[in-house]
Every structure is written in C-alpha cells, then in structure tokens.
Write a protein that binds this ligand. Sequence first.
Ligand code: FAD
Length: 517
Amino acid sequence: SCVINRNYLCSTHPMVTPTVSPHSGSSNITASLEALRLDGHLSFDNMHHAAKDFGNRHHFLPSAVLHPKSVSDISSTIKHIFEMGTTTGLTVAARGHGHSLEGQAQAYHGVVINMESLQAPDMYFHIGELPYVDASGGELWINLLHESVKHGLTPKSWTDYLHLTVGGTLSNAGISGQAFRHGPQINNVYQLEVVTGTGEVVTCSEKKNADLFYGVLGGLGQFGIITRARISLEPAPMMVKWIRVLYTDFFLFSKDQEHLISSKNSFDYIEGFVIINRTGLLNNWRSSFNPKDPVQASQFNSEGRTLFCLEIAKYFNPEETNFMTQKVDSLLSELSYIKSTLLLSEVSYVEFLDRVHVSELKLREMGLWEVPHPWLNLLIPKSRIHDFANEVFGNILTDTSTGPILIYPVDKSKWNNRTSMVTPEEDVFYLVAFLSSAMPFSKGTDGLEHILNQNKRILDFCKSANLGMKQYLPHYITREDWKTHFGTQWEVFVMRKSTYDPLAILAPGQRIFQKAR
Ligand code: FAD
C-alpha cells in the first residue's frame, strides 16, 4: 500500500499522504537557501536518511537537509524561512537520532536539521555542589554517559535505550526505571538554549524565560529547537545488582511495584514487563541480561500462563558489596514473587544503562532491527490498571506478543508539572509500552496489519472503558484528538505556539499545527 515517486517515498498511513507539494517555485527556494552563509552546509541530494525513522512506516522526503556546525546556522536558516512568510509552505524539522515512530522528525518538502552535526562547543562539565553538564541538543545520551563517568558523575534519569539525542528525548519526556524517584529527563534539566520558530536564540530556565523553558520540555518540538541543554548530574556508581523475579498474579506484581516506588529506601531502578507465551526471539530483545545462576529459575514451569516480571536494580560501589547484598536481600524479603524465580546479575553501571544496545546489535545482525515498529505507549491511571490488565492480558493479547511489553508505575507527585508533557490526572500511573516489531510482508500475527489491529483494540478499550489514559509519544491525526489529548493544557499549548512559532514552521511531522499558506 505504498505510493512511490521521486519526492514522496511512501506512507502506510492513508490519512497523512500528502497529495500536493507544500510549495511552488521550489528551485527559487533552493537557490535562496543555497545563498545562506553557513558554518556547516545544506544538502539537496541523497536525503533518504532524513525520510526514515525507527517506526519505518512513514517516509517523507525533505527539500533540503541542514548539517549545522553552529547555532547560528540553525538560527539563520529558520529566520530566512520565517521571513519568507506564508508565501511558501516550507517547514523545519529537527532530526535527532530519528528514533521517532510516526514520522515526527520528518518534514515533507521542508528542511530537516541533522542535529547530530551540531557538536560544538564541546560538552562542558561543572563540578561542584550541584554538578551539571552543558551538552548539544544533538548529543547522544550514550556519549553523555561515557563522558560523565570520566568525571565520576552521571545524569540521574534515563531512557531504556541511550542511542537517542538529548533534544529528541527532552521533546517528549524521557522515562525509564529511575523516573519514580527523579522524574523523567525533562525534570532534570536546569537550562536550555533554544532557537524559536522566528529564528531567535533564547536561553531559558526556571528563572529566565520560564514559559519557553517549560513549553519546550515535553513540547514535541513545537516551540523551538533545543541546541544546548544543562543537565543535572550526581555521583556515578560503578556497579549494579540487576534483578528479575516472576509473578503469575498481576495483583501481587503491581502491589509490589507500587510498594517499591513509594518507599524511600528502595531500589534505584524499578520496571517490569509481561511475558506472554515465552517464545520467539523478539520477545527476548532485552536479552543482555545474563543471570548468575539461571538453573533453578529455568526449571520454573509457567504452564503457559502469562507471567509478570519485576525488573529492579540497585547501584553500588565495590567497597559496599556486603552491605548492598544485605540491603537487597532485605528489600526482596518484602516482596511476594515466586521464590524460585529470582534471577540476579551484577554488571557495570555503563553496561546496565546501555543494555538495550546489546540486543540491538543482535537484531541488526539478523536483519530484524530495521523492520516496521508499530509501537504503542500508554499512561494508565493506577486506579484503572487492573481493568486494563484484565482486558488486555486476559483477552486481547493472550497467545503471543510481537515484542516486549513494559509495565511499571511512576508517581508524578514529585515531578514538576509545569512542562508540556501530558499525563493522566492521578499522581500514580503506569507506563505500558507495547514495543512490537512487524515482520515485513507477513500476513500473520506478526504482520503489521495484525499488530495495528491489536493496537486499535487496546485503544478502543481504553476509550470505551473511560480509563483516563494518555498516550506517551502521542500520535493523533485530527485537531479534535490533539485537543482531547492536551485537555486543559490545550489553550496554553496553542498560545505558546502562536508566541514562539507563529507561522507553525517547526516539527510538522507531529501533525498538530499546519503552516498557513
Ligand atoms: P527524533 O526522532 O529525531 O525526534 C523526535 C521529535 O523531537 C521530532 O518531532 C523532532 O522534530 C523533535 N526534535 C528532535 N531533536 C530536537 C531538538 N534538538 N529540539 C527540538 N525538537 C527536537 N522513550 C522514553 O521515554 N523511554 C524509553 O525508555 C525509550 N526507549 C526507546 C527505545 C528505542 C529503541 C526507541 C526507538 C525509542 C525509545 N524511546 C524511549 C522513545 C524516544 O525517547 C523518542 O522516540 C525520542 O524522540 C527519540 O529521540 P531521537 O533523538 O531519535 O528524536
């Protein structure tokens, strides 16, 4: 079902198929862009990379790709497009590592900014009572980790996978197993440098231009391009006790998770996942976990039941090993998991954080990384998680899963709620992530169509049961749906758009606003 021509490659989504070119006189526009004086450069050929993302379902070719070497490259390009006004439909998308799922970092016939080219100035580490690092918006978190640990420091809050850019995750939230304690990544930033939709370069923080600061954090790229971020750091541990335990009873599993995220002296990382009919390689894509003594647990027979795996970790330094072993034993003794299923592993801090990359390499080798990824990420209020689990794991997904299904609670009462990120109304809610991979050309249960249908059934259930669910990494097509998604925050979101990006030039791939013509 792909339409293919020279400029517009293919989209499996009929609603977003562009039918007309967003601007006329493209040779004039190319010439005017070429005339810009830049430290980096623009390219007008071989742009297929910029029309691709991890979702691998939407492919919109831009007119040009900017490879900036300075913030002023980004600013003058946007200013130029802004000054052309609405005579062209030209838009601009920052592309971090392109790990979006639905074309969010693409700009059909627009300009894509390859943020990873923006490496100058170097990362700057401030070491003091409140340590931080200043890093480019195009920096990968994995590089930030390697550099930080050289200083004995580390960011506090992560994503499960680190080959994502600072600007890309800060435009969403950046949620992982540390968020219950530190909040998402957007809550661990002191300051940003942003290029707005008029080309203005603005420094913002809680104290200075706070409206832009909070707007950009979780703002889906709508208000500005993050060129630099000041990220808060803490002392880095060297080692991690990484633990998995199993449950057959969702009630006990979630009760333990909620207990752990609410206790002060808990683990440092708390997640969990669902195991449906443990078969198939893709279910094990997080298989970097290498338990010390897997024999006993491997004898556990689930008898085909759906299992719930609590995944927890405690950070430590070698001199604390004995104390930490006792501490972990004591924390585990409070939990109701099936005792024979305890799996424990000890790895370095860096190995732990970069765990998904190990699986990426395995899947790449097998040609299974660059397949379509119809992912669905939901935030479900705590009060309705049992209704959700009953229906989804008891009815919709009973036979098989096409990728990992993460499920873990967070408590936003400790989060800063001034950002643009949208969450359910209750303080405690679960992140439920269906991380499916579709086998190309398959018409079976591992094919794209089947998975999309399943996603739709899950979304329909959330709606009909009135769960108060919010999408994470949201994707909507109609203005009405976006309005519903933002709820009471919609008016502020629209106002910020008209203030910081009045022509709706930025991040067109989110499909929230359309540039006027
Ligand atoms: P891109 O896909 O390049 O961009 C995303 C959006 O942000 C686009 O709209 C783009 O225009 C905009 N953007 C990019 N850079 C900037 C910038 N500098 N300034 C302003 N706007 C910008 N998320 C989590 O929260 N937790 C996880 O554990 C997690 N794990 C993941 C694992 C994998 C394998 C993948 C593929 C994704 C995962 N994600 C996770 C989702 C991820 O955080 C988002 O998809 C994120 O946007 C990807 O970053 P990126 O650099 O590739 O951004």
